[in-house]
Each structure stands twice: as structure tokens, then as C-alpha cells.
Design a binder for this molecule. Structure first.
Ligand SMILES: [Fe+2]
Ligand SMILES: [Fe+2]
Length: 286
């Protein structure tokens, strides 16, 4: 299989893994991180992040442009029982799918990654089946997510922050994959994308815990071919989200959410740190 065929194939898989991450994260947050069902979903989401990452690294190595748009994740939202059944079906479909792809690929690393995605999908199907079997009748017929308590204006500020941070995080993961040959900077960019995931989680969790879907939507990503340009944009972007966080801190509603307020304070400091670091890297590139 040549790269012309291989890259689009891997990009479709990347979009499927991305979809699975979002589905399990949103559902996990809605259940709550401190519940057994929520914790299990978040654990699956983390494994899907590896899956996505391996594919993204390969696409970057092959000189491809990773497709950062998630595929749809079909599921029946009627209740927990139908949701988990959908997850079992989704994961089961991936087993023959990845096996078939692995059979068509010559490169031993890519083949092993695809085979692993097959057997780990099988494990996921098994774990979701187990949850499904163990649901109490009340859990099975119920749905996750509490009643909406956040004032609409505050909620919409949080959603805007989620959207900007999600875009920023995807942008930085994309840059780390595409510029992985610039070993040191590529690695640093990946390090910062992990901070962004955490920052995104602080806000997305607050929104999802209120029974609302966090706005995991992106602005347009910047598909820059130059690392210097990408870093310049990353620093500007961090400045912008820091200002958004600072303006959230200035409002009165945030004072009623002590945990979130603390995390936003931390985020602002981290963003200032990262902006300063990135500006140093830009100097070093020259
Ligand atoms: Fe996966
Ligand atoms: Fe999976």
C-alpha cells in the first residue's frame, strides 16, 4: 500500500479514535469522575488517546497532514443500557476493521499498531459488556447528567473557553505530530498539549456535570508548514485564552464555584508560563 492510500486510511482511523475519546469523556464527566462508571469511561478515553496518538505519529512520520476532525460516534442516547450497548457494538466493529487493515500493511510498526488497536478494541468491548451486565435496573433505565444549574451567560462563557482550548489543544497535538522531526521542540509542544488537555478538562467537566454537552468544536486549525510560524501562532493563541480566563475570573458567578475558580487561576499561570517558554523557543530557532 502506498502513502497515497495509507495516509487517508490512517486518517479515517484517527477520526474514529478521536470520536471515541470525545464520547467516553463526555459520558464519563456526566457520570462523575468519582463514580465507578465515570472512572471506567475516563480510563477507556485515555486508552483511546494512545490509539489516536500512535496513528497521529505515523501520519506525521509519513509526511501526511493529520485530520483533526472527529468522525461521528453513533450511539443510542435513550438510557445507560442503550448507550453501553452502542459502545459494545462500536468497539466490536473495530476488531475486524483493524485486523483487515493490518493485513494490508507491510510496515511492521504500522501493522503492529493496527493489530494492537484491534485487540484493545476487543478489551474495550469486553469492559463495556461487563458494565452493561452489572447495571442495576435503575441505572440501566436512567441517563447520566444532573440538572442544569449554571446561569446561561456563565455557561456560554465556559462553552467559549472550551471551544478555544479544544482548538488550541488539537492545534498543538497536530504541530507535535507534524514537526516531530524537530525532536526537541516537537516533544516540548507535545508536553504543552497535555497541559491544555488538563485545562480543557477543568471547564468541560463543570459543564458536563450540569448535564450539558461541552462544546468540543473547533475554530479552523492552522495547517502551517513552518515550525516558527506555528510557534508564533501558539504564543498568540495562549495570550488570547489567558485573557478569556482573566475575564472569567473578573465576573461574579465564578466566585460561587470555588473548585473551578482555583483551576482557572492555575490555568492562567500555566498559560503565562507556556507563552514565555514558547517565545524563548522561537528565539532559539533563529
Ligand atoms: Fe481505540
Ligand atoms: Fe476502544
Amino acid at each position: 500500500m502506498d502513502n497515497k492510500e495509507l495516509i487517508p486510511m490512517l486518517n479515517r482511523d484517527l477520526a474514529d479514535e478521536h470520536a471515541a475519546i470525545l464520547r467516553y469523556i463526555v459520558h464519563g464527566y456526566q457520570e462523575g469522575e468519582d463514580t465507578p462508571i465515570g472512572a471506567s469511561l475516563l480510563s477507556r478515553a485515555r486508552e483511546e488517546m494512545w490509539h489516536m496518538h500512535w496513528l497521529g505519529m505515523i501520519i506525521g512520520q509519513l509526511g501526511g497532514e493529520p485530520d483533526m476532525k472527529p468522525a461521528p460516534y453513533p450511539f443510542d442516547p435513550a438510557n445507560r443500557s442503550t448507550m453501553f450497548q452502542s459502545y459494545v457494538d462500536y468497539e466490536k466493529n473495530l476488531i475486524p476493521h483493524y485486523r483487515e487493515e493490518a493485513g494490508r500493511v507491510k510496515d511492521p510498526h504500522i501493522r503492529r499498531v493496527l493489530e494492537r488497536e484491534a485487540w484493545e478494541s476487543e478489551v474495550h468491548a469486553g469492559k463495556f459488556s461487563k458494565i452493561l451486565r452489572k447495571l442495576t435496573p435503575g441505572e440501566a433505565s436512567g441517563k447520566p447528567g444532573a440538572e442544569q444549574k449554571l446561569p446561561p451567560e456563565f455557561l456560554s462563557s465556559l462553552q467559549e473557553i472550551i471551544k478555544s482550548k479544544y482548538t488550541q489543544m488539537l492545534q498543538s497535538i497536530r504541530n507535535a505530530w507534524v514537526f516531530q522531526k524537530e525532536a526537541k521542540t516537537g516533544w516540548q509542544v507535545m508536553d504543552f498539549s497535555m497541559t491544555k488537555m488538563k485545562q480543557l478538562a477543568h471547564v468541560a467537566e463543570e459543564v458536563a456535570a450540569n448535564g450539558i454537552n461541552p462544546m468540543f468544536k473547533t475554530d479552523k486549525l492552522d495547517l502551517n508548514a513552518s515550525l516558527a510560524e506555528a510557534l508564533k501562532k501558539a504564543a498568540e493563541d495562549l495570550h488570547k485564552t489567558r485573557m478569556d480566563h482573566i475575564s472569567l475570573q473578573a465576573g461574579s458567578e465564578i466566585k460561587k464555584h470555588a473548585g473551578l475558580a482555583l483551576n482557572i487561576e492555575l490555568t492562567v499561570k500555566q498559560e503565562e508560563y507556556e507563552e514565555a517558554e514558547i517565545k524563548e523557543w522561537i528565539k532559539d530557532l533563529k
